[in-house]
Design a protein around this ligand. Structure first.
Ligand code: SF4
Length: 271
């Protein structure tokens, strides 16, 4: 891992779901979690993985390649006028973008130096010192809260929730705006009791607002292309109406919950 080169599996332009305004999203390889419902399974390994070509089942292609820092910066700067007009910017995503923390932090620093709004979609599962360095160059932290219970978090994602929560605290203390999100997953965290427990959990962390991300099947095809097993193969997609009761239970327990992002004020309780 270096400051000057990083492994990227996608650069998506004109995104409107990964932070405010129109954004370029840079997807970095590597993730320390193993969420059973993951929709980017190829992102988990830092090394490239082979995916079957969608047009030719006999052909396999690498899912990613090395990019030099200046190349990613150049691509991101191409859309600067759109960022300015829409209040957008650049979001690093993954995987867990801070697995490649030297590259990610250098990229954030460079983008900030060009006056670009920076955001990260992070699991928070990264050493506190690494998170602190990235935080210095971030305008927004977008973090999924995957479970309210430590043991269940570990069972479904492969890791405990202590590190993400300590980094969430760091971001709150630094005054960096936070968008907290709950991926609502059938059989994992989607009962009304879960909603009430999430509300208590979020309030303990100093959060007052959350965005709900109902389970989808966007990743199903990737498992096929990878030839990997997928535990959520037959699980139906959740629609907003399926999650409305869950949303109302959160609200009844004191957390503002929506299918939209938290907005300019962010999720954290103002200090
Ligand atoms: S944190 Fe995201 S990328 Fe990593 S395993 Fe979970 S869903 Fe997949």
């Amino acid at each position: 891992m270096s400051e000057t080169e990083g492994r990227v599996f996608n650069i998506q332009k004109f995104s409107i779901h990964d932070g405010p305004g129109i954004r370029t999203v840079v997807f970095l390889k590597g993730c320390p979690l193993s969420c059973s419902w993951c929709s980017n399974p190829n992102s988990r390994k830092l090394k490239p993985v082979m995916m079957r070509d969608a047009n030719d089942p006999n052909v396999f292609n690498e899912d990613s390649r090395e990019y030099r820092l200046e190349e990613v910066v150049r691509v991101c700067l191409q859309d600067e006028p759109f960022y300015e007009e829409s209040g957008g910017g650049v979001t690093l995503s993954g995987g867990e973008p801070l697995v490649q923390h030297r590259f990610a932090t250098a990229l954030l620093r460079e983008l900030r130096a060009h006056g670009i709004h920076t955001a990260v979609e992070t699991t928070g599962y990264v050493a506190n010192a690494i998170f602190a360095k990235a935080l210095k160059h971030l305008d927004l932290v977008i973090m999924d809260v995957k479970h309210h219970d430590f043991d269940a978090h570990k069972r479904w994602t492969g890791v405990g929730s202590d590190l993400p929560l300590s980094n969430l605290k760091q971001a709150i203390e630094a005054g960096t705006p936070i968008w907290a999100r709950i991926p609502v997953i059938p059989g994992v965290n989607n009962t009304l009791d879960d909603a009430t427990a999430f509300a208590e959990h979020l309030q303990r962390q100093g959060l007052r607002q959350v965005q709900l991300l109902p389970f989808h099947q966007y990743g199903e095809r990737k498992y096929e292309l990878l030839g990997w097993d997928y535990a959520f193969h037959d699980v139906p997609t959740l629609h907003e109406e399926d999650v409305e009761g869950f949303r109302q239970a959160l609200e009844a327990a004191g957390i503002k919950a929506s299918f939209e992002p938290p907005g300019p004020g962010g999720s954290a309780v103002a200090s």
